[in-house]
Ligand binder design. Structure first.
Ligand code: VGL
Ligand code: ZN
Length: 228
């Protein structure tokens, strides 16, 4: 049975104040995930202004702002174009790749891999790249899909004494979701900024399943107006 959780029936935390033990993780706000990009997330550009506002709140309260950047070599094994007869969206599962194949996107050095110019990337303390190993994808900002190689994000956050992480960006049901789940496994208290993210919903129902799994994992949901 698929779940029917949606954003409208989530409960949100309120009255959150940010301090130096908090980090905002802004996931993959790159051209290729915006409308018109190679792997567009519907309304992906509509969250940029509010992400900037929240990043400002973190900055003003000594929180740490981190951007992730999907950063694939060309011919990456997550691209459908790497296989004869495969198309984007086709199901595909192998060690470190799947459950579906993607259009070519966020290829290193291309315009599509750049952050959207409206994103205030100057507010970021650090940028973590991921997906740079040709044979392995990395949805999570923490660790690659084979669950072996870390990106260094957990070490960075631990060394800065970060306890709580707040996740926003693209896409809700892929990179944001896996970053949130791994955040719990790496020992952080995880908050998911539901109205500062947009999903792909492939396969259909994926957004709802992601929200339910996050709730069951103890991830807390917040919105932009949860901060005071
Ligand atoms: C993403 C699919 C492939 C994401 C990245 O940022 O959510 N999704 N690469
Ligand atoms: Zn990718």
């Amino acid at each position: 049975m698929g779940s029917t959780m949606n954003i409208e029936n989530l409960k949100f935390q309120k009255n959150i104040t940010i301090n130096s033990n908090d980090s905002l993780l802004i996931i993959d706000m790159q051209h290729d995930f915006m409308p018109g990009g190679a792997l567009p997330v519907e309304e992906g550009d509509q969250i940029i202004d509010n992400i900037n506002l929240v990043a400002k709140i973190f900055k003003n309260n000594n929180g740490i702002v981190v951007l992730t950047q999907d950063w694939h070599p060309k011919n990456h094994k997550s691209f459908a174009s790497s296989y004869a007869g495969k198309s984007p969206g086709n199901k595909f599962q192998s060690e470190g790749i799947g459950p579906i194949l993607w259009p070519d996107h966020c290829v290193q050095g291309t315009q599509g891999a750049k952050f959207h110019e409206k994103l205030k990337s100057d507010l970021a303390n650090a940028i973590i790249r991921k997906g740079y190993n040709i044979d392995v994808d990395s949805y999570s900002g923490f660790i690659e899909n084979d669950k072996k190689s870390e990106t260094g994000l957990a070490g960075l956050l631990k060394s800065l004494n970060i306890k709580r992480i707040f996740i926003c960006g693209l896409a809700l049901d892929y990179c944001c979701y896996f970053t949130a789940i791994d955040g719990i496994d790496f020992g952080f208290e995880v908050y998911f900024l539901v109205n500062l993210t947009k999903g792909i919903d492939l396969p259909p129902g994926n957004i709802s399943n992601s929200l339910e799994n996050m709730r069951n994992k103890g991830i807390k949901f917040v919105v932009k107006d949860s901060f005071i």
